[in-house]
Design a protein around this ligand. Sequence first.
Ligand code: 3PY
Ligand code: MG
Length: 237
Amino acid sequence: MTTAFVSRLRAPEAGDLPLRGLWLTCLPPYAVELAGLGAVDWLGADLQHGDLALSDLAPLLRASPVPVLARLADHEPSHLARVLDTGVDGIIVPAVESADQAAALVAASSPPPRGTRSTGVSRAGSLGKPQPLLLPMVETAAGLDAAEEIAAVPGVDGIFVGPYDLSLSLGASSVLEPAVVTAIETVIANAHRRDRLAGVFAGNADLAARLPAVELFAVDTDLAALRAGIRQLFGPP
Ligand code: 3PY
Ligand code: MG
């Protein structure tokens, strides 16, 4: 199923889109297994912010009924390699600002001859997982300027937009400012011009309503879902 998902992502069918994700910041595998993910198409496991650790990934992958994309903490090749070893279906890499940085990520995530990723005992190796998706994030003014070159790097599968850091970097006071929405549209158009996937984190219904079509759409976080469920059960505080 996961292999099919990854191939489906690499050649998505219009009728399936967008693939809607839930962004995990703290939920343990037990909750993921039992919560009933319903119409959630994929999970984004955040190692940059929140409370998840590298050692949470393998249990999460075993518990999840849907594919898991991990957002890395940084660009460090040793961290990237450990995350890939868990067998995640893709990685989302924060704040990529140039084609050179994207090429370094391709090299770190690919075995020779394309890259330098070493081999060793790993869950990914034992399960014979396919090459995971590589999705650099554009979430700074510099990344915005370089978005098309980043998307064009061979081995990059798509671009994932981080609207909140992007708005900070652009000096905007809200993700809803027209300049931020225009910037997000520009990144998505650049990814599509290069025949790459486009993804975006929304976390806000008003922002979601303003965004153009993407393949990967992260609706909101686990905590937001928990808060919404508590409010629905108990009413407003
Ligand atoms: C951002 O909006 O900056 C993000 O990283 C979303 O996860
Ligand atoms: Mg960010």
